[in-house]
Design a protein around this ligand. Structure first.
Ligand SMILES: Nc1ncnc2c1ncn2[C@@H]1O[C@H](COP(=O)(O)OP(=O)(O)OP(=O)(O)O)[C@@H](O)[C@H]1O
Ligand SMILES: [Mg+2]
Length: 429
């Protein structure tokens, strides 16, 4: 792919993400990297790659105002002019907003981070942009004892309880009745990754769940794809079964694309966002009503960028990096899809344990529906299937019809199992 880059663009990158970092360096960017303790202690960054960075900082976590302010001061004192900030994960959105403010950049801001991270703020902004959203009420103040009856009356059962600054569906639960609501209010539990301990309770919207992924420059989308999750994320209890999504071809549902694009542009304006990458989620009910669910100003996770790349020839991550480096949209080379329906799935063992067997690259390459694979684990790794986003072996798959796509998912899950020691995933043990 021909690449247009500004010479020596200086990027401040928050969190470790090897593929994007390599892509930025390959385009000649100078990368200043902020890593948190988790990155350094668990992700074990490649020292050779770290050596190619213009600078590397370690902060204890990405919400630490004093540590990030010291990073900003380092840059300001040394006279380095940062052109762009790239924040890869939810963890670093508030921190990136602070850094942008201190460095005088407009990629993001503390206000954008608030609007795109807080589940209440994003709904208020979505409503102003013409979207429908679930009824909600929060349980957030230390000095207030919420009345379960009022909460139930406002939202109704079943309801979804989730952290106001949630991510990765952590600590997100379906509350079916008054007994469970009382128990939740008495003892709410929050995953250690979540710093603010405030909850929002939402009307449960049933139907299909979609995600929308786009790269923008100055308010215009370079590429925008709508994908349907194979099942709503909250129902994906088994990380290795029907855990993925399928890109909706634009000409299958032009009305959906038109509806979403118009409101996405309006929502960006309400949020204070105009350049970068977004991941928006929505529901469509059986009656065809569309509800905004949430938005994030970050790259989609799992194999979404790869599925989009296989579908249109330009990986979402590549488009994001290209935009960050000052490339032009015309220099991205799009291609026709290899199959009408392209999506991704996760393969995982049936239960926790040490992986004893998994498909080989040769097995995967020989499968007529498998287009790409990403191994997140290898034989000998211990996996704990604590939540649906435990990625083990991510695949991009394709098929000519929706029915064939779903049949391929079922067949691939059956024919390419991952086993854990002592357990045969085909049913025996
Ligand atoms: N109001 C709702 N009605 C129905 N399902 C919901 C609702 N809110 C959340 N969910 C389900 O819970 C999942 C997680 O909620 P949400 O997307 O708001 O949180 P998150 O932790 O930020 O997500 P992500 O995993 O995308 O980072 C959603 O993908 C959806 O399946
Ligand atoms: Mg979500």
């Amino acid at each position: 792919m021909p690449v247009t880059t500004e010479d020596d663009v200086q990027i401040l990158f928050c969190k470790w993400e090897e593929v994007s970092l390599r892509a930025l360096l390959n385009r000649g960017a100078r990368v200043h990297l902020v890593l948190d303790a988790f990155d350094l202690d668990h992700a074990r960054p490649d020292p050779e790659l770290l050596g190619k960075m213009a600078a590397v900082w370690r902060v204890s976590h990405d919400d630490s105002i004093d540590e990030l302010s010291a990073v900003a001061a380092d840059l300001l004192v040394s006279g380095v002019h940062i052109d762009r900030i790239a924040s890869f994960t939810e963890f670093s959105q508030f921190g990136a907003g602070l850094l942008a403010e201190l460095l005088g950049l407009d990629d993001t801001s503390p206000r954008l981070a608030l609007n795109a991270r807080d589940k209440r703020m994003m709904k208020i902004k979505a409503k102003a942009a013409g979207w429908r959203h679930a009824r909600f009420i929060d349980v957030s103040r230390h000095d207030q004892r919420p009345d379960p009856a009022t909460l139930a009356e406002t939202v109704g059962f079943p309801m979804v309880a989730k952290p106001v600054n949630g991510m990765g569906s952590l600590s997100t639960t379906l509350v079916r009745d008054a007994g469970r609501l009382e128990a939740l209010l008495k003892q709410p539990s929050f995953a250690p990754e979540l710093h603010s301990h405030q909850l929002v309770l939402e009307e449960h919207i049933s139907g299909s769940e979609y995600h929308v992924d786009a790269v923008w420059r100055r308010g215009k989308p370079w590429q925008l794809h709508i994908s349907r999750y194979l099942r709503p994320r909250i129902e994906a209890v088994d990380p290795g079964h029907d855990n993925g999504s399928l890109i909706v071809p634009r000409d299958d549902d032009p009305e959906l694309y038109a509806y979403v694009e118009e409101r996405h542009v309006a929502l960006n304006a309400e949020l204070g966002f105009d350049t970068g990458v977004t991941h928006l989620e929505l529901f469509r009910t059986g009656a065809g009503e569309i509800y905004f669910s949430e938005i994030a100003t970050r790259l989609a996770g799992a194999n979404v960028p790869e599925a989009i790349g296989a579908y249109c020839g330009v990986n979402l991550r590549e488009a994001w990096v290209h935009e960050l480096c000052g490339g032009s949209p015309e220099s991205l080379e799009y291609t026709d899809p290899p199959f009408r329906y392209v999506g991704w799935i996760n393969l995982a063992p049936a239960c926790d344990g040490v992986i004893s067997d998994m498909p080989s690259k040769e097995d995967l390459a020989a499968d007529p529906n498998i287009l790409e694979w990403t191994f997140l684990h290898k034989v000998g790794d211990r996996v704990e299937l604590a939540h649906p986003s435990v990625w083990c072996l991510l695949l991009v798959i394709g098929a000519d019809t929706i029915e064939d796509f779903h049949a391929a998912v079922a067949r691939i899950e059956r024919e390419h199992p991952l086993s854990v020691a002592g357990i045969d995933t085909n049913g025996g043990s």
